[in-house]
Design a protein around this ligand. Structure first.
Ligand SMILES: O=C(O)c1ccccc1NCC(=O)[C@H](O)[C@H](O)COP(=O)(O)O
Length: 267
C-alpha cells in the first residue's frame, strides 16, 4: 500500500489517536439497544424489481477530482435532492482533510430523515481503523460503516466488523483484487464493494467489477464503486452481477440528478 490510501490512513490514525479508548462489545450493544434503530443498509441494496440500487454519495472534494462542490454545500440539502431523485441509500463522507466532509454532515442528514418513511439508510464513508469510529457512526445515525480490506490487518478488520455487528450496523467491505475478496469472504462479509479506482494512479476501470463480482459467493450483496458516470457504465456492472452502485462525482455534478439516477436504475 504505497499510494494516496497510505497517506490517508496514516493521517487517520493520527487524527483519531486522541479519541481512542477501549470500546467493549457490551458497550456497543447497550448503546444499540437504547438508540433509535437505523434503517437497514443491506435491505436497501437488494431491490425487489431487480433494478440497480443507487447509493448516492455526498462528496465535496476528493484527492482524484479536486473540488467537486462548494465547501459551503449543505449535506442535508444534497441528501434531500438525492432522496427525491430516487436514491436507495446515501454515502456520506465524514473525512474532512481529504474530502471536505464532517461527522456533523452525517448527523444532520440522519436527524432530518429520522421520521421519514420509508427511511433511507446512510453509510458513514470514512477510513475506519478503530471501534471508537463505529460508535461515532452509530451515534450519528448511520446504518453502515466502510471496511477497506487493503488498508487493515485481519485483527483490525475483525475488531471493526464485530463492533459494527454489536452496534447494529452493516459493513461494506471494499476490495480491489482477488486476494482482498478472499480475505473479505473469510471474515464473513455480507456486502462487498469493488472499488474500480486504482488509488495509486487514480484511474477507474469498470473491468475490475466485471472481473471480480462474478467470483462473489451467491449470498453476498455486490456493489460496484467509483467511476460510474453513465447508464452504459451502470449497465456494464449490472450485467456483471452488481446489486448496487456507489456513485459520487457524477451525481454531485449532474444537472438533473433524478434523470441520472433513473438512467442508472434502468440500465
Ligand atoms: O475518490 C478519490 O479520489 C479517493 C481517493 C483516495 C481514497 C478514496 C477515494 N474515494 C473514495 C470512494 O470510495 C469514492 O468516493 C466512491 O467510490 C465514489 O466514487 P466516484 O463515483 O468516482 O466519485
Amino acid at each position: 500500500m504505497s499510494d494516496k490510501l497510505t497517506e490517508i490512513m496514516a493521517w487517520k490514525r493520527q487524527e483519531i489517536a486522541p479519541l481512542i479508548r477501549a470500546v467493549s462489545l457490551p458497550e456497543l450493544a447497550a448503546f444499540n439497544a437504547m438508540a433509535p434503530k437505523p434503517p437497514s443498509f443491506a435491505a436497501a441494496l437488494r431491490r425487489d424489481d431487480g433494478k440497480l440500487a443507487v447509493i448516492a454519495e455526498i462528496k465535496r472534494r476528493s484527492p482524484s477530482a479536486g473540488a467537486i462542490a462548494a465547501t459551503t454545500l449543505s449535506a442535508t440539502d444534497q441528501a434531500i435532492n438525492y432522496r427525491t431523485a430516487g436514491a436507495s441509500a446515501l454515502s456520506i463522507l465524514t473525512d474532512e482533510k481529504f474530502f471536505g466532509g464532517t461527522l456533523d454532515d452525517l448527523t444532520g442528514v440522519t436527524n432530518f430523515f429520522r421520521q421519514d418513511r420509508p427511511a433511507i439508510p446512510c453509510i458513514r464513508k470514512d477510513f475506519m481503523v478503530h471501534p471508537i469510529q463505529v460508535l461515532q457512526a452509530r451515534e450519528a445515525g448511520a446504518g453502515a460503516i466502510l471496511i477497506i480490506v487493503r488498508a487493515l490487518n485481519d485483527d483490525e478488520i475483525a475488531a471493526l466488523f464485530a463492533a459494527a455487528k454489536f452496534a447494529g450496523l452493516d459493513a461494506l467491505f471494499e476490495i480491489h483484487n482477488e486476494s482482498e475478496l478472499e480475505r473479505a469472504v473469510k471474515h464473513g462479509a455480507k456486502i462487498i464493494g469493488v472499488n474500480n479506482r486504482d488509488l495509486a494512479i487514480f484511474k477507474c476501470d469498470l473491468g475490475l467489477s466485471e472481473r471480480l463480482i462474478p467470483l462473489f459467493p451467491k449470498h453476498v450483496i455486490a456493489v460496484s464503486e467509483s467511476g460510474i458516470f453513465t447508464g452504459a457504465d451502470a449497465a456494464r456492472v449490472h450485467a456483471a452481477g452488481a446489486h448496487a452502485i456507489l456513485c459520487g462525482e457524477a451525481l454531485m455534478k449532474a444537472p438533473d440528478t433524478a434523470a441520472l439516477i433513473t438512467e442508472f436504475q434502468t440500465a
